[in-house]
Design a protein around this ligand. Structure first.
Ligand code: FMN
Length: 372
């Protein structure tokens, strides 16, 4: 049997295989961030497709931290019932589900939130929207908001939580020397820039308890001049391990990184897949907590190599599951063809238009077949 279908555990969370659905904003929640029938159906399909661990869309932990329309929320108790229905739907198929808790910081969308975006600092030409530098009360509120969101996650039946510290969102902004120019205990040295993440992790741990998995999605680097480097990220990885993180999902880049970052587009050959592998190898040398690799994984053979060579412990994918929520099931049944995903990012369009993500190419091809 392929190692990809081995049973494993992350802090007691039992997983039927080594496939993870990486957090994906579906644009399917209600305007207040609530779970809708469309979002439930999306989760149900992924679980039915035997994805071992599903990570939800980034869910905003407080209203001013919302990034996009129809984004999932976990900022108030009224949302728990809907979230519970969603976790129940996933559990019925034997999959596990972790919620990605997020605050967008200066990448929040004031047009949606009606509030000024907050950031560790306001850096002209870097912060994407007008923002306000967070004061000590804002930081206290942020840490409490993560704590309360984690409490709700547990009540809603999630199997764990993931802190979003990647892709230029608030926790990434704090650890990045490009976004964080603070001169207090939350800025400056890498230990100080990590301080907010450390306090969030500690608070979250105190509310969910020792046996509840707490994961993090971390940038291996920002791919921006003056941004987070691999060296700093590796050091943060070792601090996270010391502070009790249960797994690290390794990603990289921000919305501003552009051509500096390995391209998420056009993963046409195996050589372009798994583009954070080198960073993953470096992480595996310095930490022992389970490592989840995301970014351009498309072929069964590459995924298998990543596990067999010990580059990472889990294979995480986002876009392939938009087109083929049943991909893992196909692979498990012996049909090992490469994912159909073209990595063209056309899936963002429908979500931005308020229709919820779908693979535009898949829909086009199906329409063409219908018309023929
Ligand atoms: C439509 C869309 C929405 C995404 N939303 C999130 C998100 O909510 N949180 C997150 O950490 N990453 C998000 N990502 C990034 C993916 O999780 C993943 O890191 C990236 O797409 C690379 O993986 P892939 O090549 O398997 O798609 C999103 C990606 C796409 C295409």
């Amino acid at each position: 049997m392929s190692k990809l279908f081995e049973f494993s555990t992350i802090k007691g969370m039992s997983l039927a295989n080594r496939f993870v659905r990486s957090a994906t904003w579906e644009g399917m929640a209600g305007d207040d961030g609530s779970v809708t029938p469309a979002l439930m159906a999306c989760m149900d399909q992924l679980a039915e497709g035997q994805v071992g661990l599903i990570i939800s869309s980034h869910a905003y932990i407080s209203p001013e931290g919302q990034a996009g329309p129809k984004q999932l929320g976990i900022y108030k108790d009224d949302l728990i019932d809907g979230l519970k229905q969603m976790t129940d739907a996933v559990h019925r198929h034997g999959s596990k589900i972790v919620v990605q808790m997020s605050h967008s910081g200066c990448s929040a969308n004031p047009k949606i939130t009606g509030q000024t975006a907050l950031g560790p600092s306001c850096v002209e030409g870097i912060s994407p929207s007008a923002c306000r530098e967070m004061g000590s009360d804002d930081i206290k509120n942020l840490i409490e908001a993560f704590e309360q969101a984690a409490k709700r996650a547990r009540e809603a039946g999630f199997d764990g939580v993931q802190l979003h510290a990647a892709h230029g969102y608030l926790l990434n902004q704090f650890i990045s020397p490009l976004f964080n120019k603070r001169t207090d205990g939350y800025g400056g040295s890498v230990e100080h820039r990590y301080q907010v993440v450390k306090e969030v992790l500690k608070k979250v741990r105190s509310i969910v308890g020792e046996s509840f998995p707490v994961l993090i999605k971390l940038n291996s680097q920002d791919f921006l001049e003056g941004g987070l480097t691999l060296e700093d990220s590796l050091f943060i990885g070792s601090l996270l391990e010391k502070d009790g993180i249960d797994a690290i999902e390794l990603s990289g880049g921000t919305m501003r990184s552009g051509k500096n970052s390995p391209s998420r587009m056009g993963i046409s050959g195996e050589d372009k897949e798994a583009y954070f592998s080198e960073a993953a190898r470096a992480f595996k040398k310095s930490i022992k907590v389970p490592l989840i690799l995301v970014g351009g994984l498309r072929s069964f053979s590459v995924a298998e190599k990543v596990i067999e060579q010990g580059i990472a412990d889990y294979i995480s994918m986002s876009r392939p599951f938009i087109r083929e929520p049943g991909l893992v099931k196909h692979w498990q049944s012996g049909d090992r063809r490469k994912a159909f995903c073209l990595s063209d990012n056309q899936c963002f369009g429908p979500a931005m238009a308020g229709e919820g993500i779908y693979c535009a190419m898949d829909r086009k091809e199906k329409n063409e077949v219908k018309q023929a």
